[in-house]
Design a protein around this ligand. Structure first.
Ligand code: ZN
Length: 446
């Protein structure tokens, strides 16, 4: 009997917190990392009765940017709905989300030759955070509402991945893209990027998708995502081989045991009873926004553009991972044009000193680069300085006279330290001539 071949079917749901200053529906600060519990709260994000939400424009703009970057169709007119469920992290009893008309839909993210389809990109609000701890010997769950109402974007892919590796390459590319365009920090440790993978397995010969999916939740690194998906695929194939049905389920991942475990049975979509939010009028994206975001260039295209402009390819590929903010590169490019800087030389200079300029303004890099490019060519100053360093470094002089050519480079270094950048071959020759002269005169004395 031939063995049945199975094929994994994987879809991804990614939540990213937008890096706006304010929350989604109120003026509270959105930054919740390292804030004191319940520091940034108001009646809106606490869900008090009668509080009126008002959408954050910048958050909607950034969501539009994400939808554009993922090549989505755009719904210029949309709305917010209430997604009902009961959980202590949700004081209103519902979460505001875009269910009926997501801001973006039917998009894709291209990685090399593959276009991974994106089902939807929509705006929603984050929930509060639960902290389980022991207070006065009692096990308690405490609620911190700082995160409640932080602007969140959900990106849902089609079940288009067939391996953990493929899914992780997609996630890493997405993270880079969103960071590059400064819409989200996408920091998994801080929870500003959260991943869920829907995994099922079908017979390779089946055209239809499986009628169940297992949702892997609360995984906080790419490595664990890959491990959890791999484990889940193996677990499901084993069950299928025994002709057992696989229940629709939410599972977590235990990185120590390297296995997934059941959390709860998954709610069906209709359990949420979506209702139109009556306190927020319909959303109409301004025409100017739609125009502005029309031709956003994804990071990989930008990379090519920079290479075409004359940046060395090897340099740009390394630097893009280090200096991954679009505005940083734009500012640098402005200076390059204004000051007519050679991109090749600047690129190599930056590569050599990349840790020095990390998180520093592009203007500082340009300033230092230009200072380093300036070549001191004053013959009188050079002669005087050479005499001085010869006097100050008798050991190096002795080494040279003993035949050690390396001493010349030591002296060149001393000279550069004193007066800055010089034409090295020319100055080496000058030092050599001076030392040879010294040698001749000392020989003639003996
Ligand atoms: Zn608030």
């Amino acid at each position: 009997m031939t063995k049945i071949k199975y094929q994994p079917v994987i879809g991804l749901e990614i939540h990213v917190e937008l890096n706006t200053k304010a929350k989604m529906f109120c003026h509270c600060l959105a930054s919740h990392f390292q804030a004191k519990p319940n520091q940034n709260v108001c009646p809106v994000c606490l869900g008090l009765p009668g509080a009126m939400p008002y959408p954050n424009k910048l958050a909607l703009y950034k969501t539009l940017v994400i939808a554009r970057l993922l090549n989505c169709q755009i719904n210029p007119a949309s709305s917010f709905e209430r997604k009902h469920y009961f959980y202590p992290d949700l004081p209103k009893g519902y979460q505001l989300t875009q269910y009926i008309k997501p801001l973006g839909y039917n998009g894709y993210l291209q990685i090399e030759d593959i276009k991974y389809p994106i089902r939807r990109v929509h705006q929603e609000e984050d929930t509060a955070k639960l902290k389980h701890q022991i207070v006065n010997g009692q096990k308690l769950s405490l609620v911190d509402f700082n995160r409640s109402g932080v602007p969140l974007v959900e990106i849902v892919t089609e079940p288009a991945f067939s391996s953990a590796r493929q899914a992780v390459v997609f996630l890493k590319t997405l993270q880079k893209l969103l960071r590059f365009h400064q819409v989200s920090d996408c920091d998994m440790e801080k929870g500003s990027m959260r991943l869920e993978a829907n995994v099922s397995v079908k017979k390779a010969s089946d055209a239809k998708l499986p009628d169940y999916k297992v949702e892997l939740k609360n995984i906080n690194s790419f490595k664990f995502t890959a491990e959890a998906i791999d484990y889940e695929i193996k677990r499901q194939i084993k069950l299928l081989e025994k002709s057992k049905a696989i229940p629709q389920q939410t599972r977590g991942y235990d990185p120590k045991l390297k296995r997934t475990f059941p959390q709860r049975q998954k709610e069906e979509a209709h359990d949420y009873k979506y209702l139109l939010e009556p306190d927020i009028p319909p959303i109409h994206l301004p025409k100017s926004w739609l125009e502005e975001t029309k031709n956003l260039t994804p990071a990989n295209q930008l990379l090519q553009e920079w290479i075409n402009k004359g940046w060395p390819e090897s340099v740009v590929k390394i630097l893009f991972t280090h200096f991954d903010h679009l505005s940083w590169w734009r500012k640098l490019e402005e200076q390059i044009i204004k000051k007519q800087i050679d991109r090749k030389k600047l690129g190599h200079f930056l590569l050599k000193n990349k840790s020095r300029y990390y998180l520093k303004p592009a203007s500082q890099l340009v300033q230092d680069f230009l200072a380093g490019q300036h070549v001191v060519d004053d013959s009188k100053l050079l002669t005087q300085t050479i005499d001085q360093i010869i006097k100050d470094n008798p050991q190096a002089v002795e080494d040279f006279l003993a035949g050690k050519q390396q001493a010349l480079y030591f002296l060149l270094g001393r000279l550069r330290y004193k007066i800055g950048n010089v034409d090295a071959p020319k100055v080496i020759k000058m030092i050599k001539d001076r030392l040879t002269k010294l040698k001749t005169s000392s020989n003639s004395l003996t």
